[in-house]
Design a protein around this ligand. Sequence first.
Ligand SMILES: C[S@@+](CC[C@H](N)C(=O)[O-])C[C@H]1O[C@@H](n2cnc3c(N)ncnc32)[C@H](O)[C@@H]1O
Length: 247
Amino acid sequence: MQSLYTNGFENIYDDMYQTFIDYEKEFQFYSEIILKQQKKDVLEIGCGSGRLASHFINSPIHYSGMDLSNEMVELSRSKNPEGTFYNGNMTGFNLNNRYDSIIITARTTSYLLNNIAIQKAIKNISNHLNDNGVLCFDFIDASRFFPSIKNGKTVIHEATINDKNYSRISYMKPNVIKENFMFQWNAKYYQTINGEQTLLTEDQSEVRAFTKNEWELFLNLNDFKIIEMIDRKSYAFDTYVVVAQKQ
Ligand SMILES: C[S@@+](CC[C@H](N)C(=O)[O-])C[C@H]1O[C@@H](n2cnc3c(N)ncnc32)[C@H](O)[C@@H]1O
């Protein structure tokens, strides 16, 4: 099954998501957190097509990005030739560097599907943070989101950009037989060309939502102190943003 992150579909991601996410606001939000903690550089894990990168690169905060998808990394590089981007998996990476802060935005933590992956990711992140370094990430809040999809829910998102009309029809339903708060997210992506709707690709993913308590415990067990948990509604999900400090 094709995701939007590879094989040319990363361009569709790039087109559509700039209408879902206000990257200027996203930059203001995360840069304020980083500056408030008096941090000077940042590694963004899951940098996608490099839209948040562009804002950071033009700011005083020194930026590096990393993504699992090589196509996303190439797209980020092509849009930000002066930027530093790496291909890597958050559950196992070694950049031979340490950072003041690490961010994971746009609910990329939903791809940490089991507890082993979470443990590995937190360990890798910790190894890449300076003393008292700050980790900041968002997650889909299962406590509020699951009741809204408990019987299955279809949601349509439209995106019009550069005279192109896209739509995404999503069907989401909790997968309650799994040990964690998993949900099925089946999405069909269409483009309307000359009035005709054409299917571009289909993505059937199982992704993970979390409760606040789960993250509190994962972070505590890995010697991170939670500084803040910010309730922040995102375009489609009930979301919390966690700010935590390496102890
Ligand atoms: C929802 S997109 C968010 C992209 C970007 N942060 C943005 O705001 O547009 C999720 C990104 O995380 C990447 N990703 C997924 N699993 C990953 C992993 N294990 N390690 C690193 N990146 C990952 C995907 O390739 C994709 O580019």
